[in-house]
Design a protein around this ligand. Structure first.
Ligand code: GDP
Ligand code: MG
Length: 319
């Protein structure tokens, strides 16, 4: 009973803007503490308000600098902003250049900003498995905008897409990004492109290449969102208002076309699936005796049993 009170109180304090309560709630879910389910149930009716923006791109392209600039831009609009950084090299997780850290410290003293690095990389690809739950905490705590920064390697940009309402993909000149973008299927995941480091040679060419690829990539007969390409110099704060505008337009477009609901339902499906698969895997490990995974494995290895029958036996024994 005492625990119930504590959770309710924590949530109340988090909603009142107390950063320590927000941090404690995220720790609760991140550490998968026994209170996790109670927290999840209490948060559910409070969620669905926050605008979730994912940022992805190669290391060094300027994600953290852009994130910091976007925080300032949204704060100027009076919005409360949460940041989840899922990047081992991120300033928020300590691998920072001094300048970046100093920049983020401006926000650290602002109670309208909450920054958290999701330290652990989970088994579900690039994003920590706790990231969706941390997102729920920030949403329920009343943050108007949540920015999720993740380094664009392998699976993580896909993961961030499944979490975000809008995904911002950053490229920069001189990084071979244009070609990589096409290869990595990054074209499909971007709702808005930033060509950062537009103060450098070759930025115009990257913008042209991207626009060309976008025009080629158009498919389907339904109403299509025309992905904007925004040049930025994040280190000087240039172009970030244009990014905010582009994100606003994307959101309006999604609302108009039912895309926001579709994405959020998809997000929930991914989340439920991950939780269910984790639970199933844990229960598989709990099976003992002749029908344990280990014993079935031995029988399949010797040819006594086929793997499909073995899998059916496992699933049957779970229920
Ligand atoms: N010239 C230039 N440098 C930038 C720009 N934006 C960021 N940087 C620098 O690029 C480096 C990497 O930036 P960071 O935001 O940490 O990249 P991340 O790894 O994608 O998060 C830092 O030294 C930044 O100061 C820009 O628009 N122009
Ligand atoms: Mg970074």
């Amino acid at each position: 009973v005492a625990r119930t009170v504590a959770v309710a109180e924590l949530i109340e304090q988090a909603r009142a803007g107390k950063p320590r309560a927000v941090a404690r709630l995220i720790s609760l879910v991140e550490d998968a503490r026994p209170e996790l389910r109670e927290v999840a149930a209490a948060l559910a009716p409070l969620t669905g308000r926050a605008t979730v923006i994912g940022l992805t791109g190669s290391p060094g392209v300027g994600k953290s600098t852009t994130t910091s600039g976007l925080v300032s831009a949204f704060r100027a609009q009076g919005k409360r902003v949460g940041v989840l950084a899922v990047d081992p090299s991120s300033p928020f997780s300590g691998g920072a250049l001094l300048g970046d850290r100093v920049r983020m410290q401006d926000h650290a003293t602002d109670s309208g900003v909450f920054i958290r690095s999701m330290a652990t990389r989970g088994h579900l690809g690039g994003l920590s498995w706790a990231t969706p739950q941390a997102l729920r905490v920030l949403d329920a705590a009343g943050f108007d905008v949540v920015l999720i920064e993740t380094v664009g390697v392998g699976q993580s940009e896909i993961d961030v897409v499944s979490l975000a309402d809008s995904t911002l993909v950053l490229l920069a000149p001189g990084m071979g990004d244009g070609i990589q973008a096409a290869k990595a299927g990054i074209l499909e995941v971007a709702d808005v492109f930033c060509v950062n480091k537009a103060d450098r040679d070759g930025a115009d060419q990257v913008v042209r290449d991207l626009k060309h690829m976008i025009s080629l990539g158009r498919r389907g007969s339904g109403p299509a969102w025309r992905v904007p390409v925004v040049p930025t110099v994040a280190s000087r704060g240039e172009g970030l208002i244009d990014v905010v505008d582009a994100l606003g337009e994307h959101r309006a477009w999604m609302s108009e076309h039912g895309e926001l609901e579709r994405r959020r339902a998809h997000r929930a499906v991914t989340e439920i699936e991950a939780i269910a698969v984790t639970a199933v895997r844990a229960r598989l490990g709990d099976l003992h005796g002749t029908d344990s995974l280990a014993q079935l494995g031995k029988r399949v290895a010797t040819g006594e049993l086929d793997p499909y029958t073995a899998a059916d036996t496992l699933i049957h024994n779970l229920t």
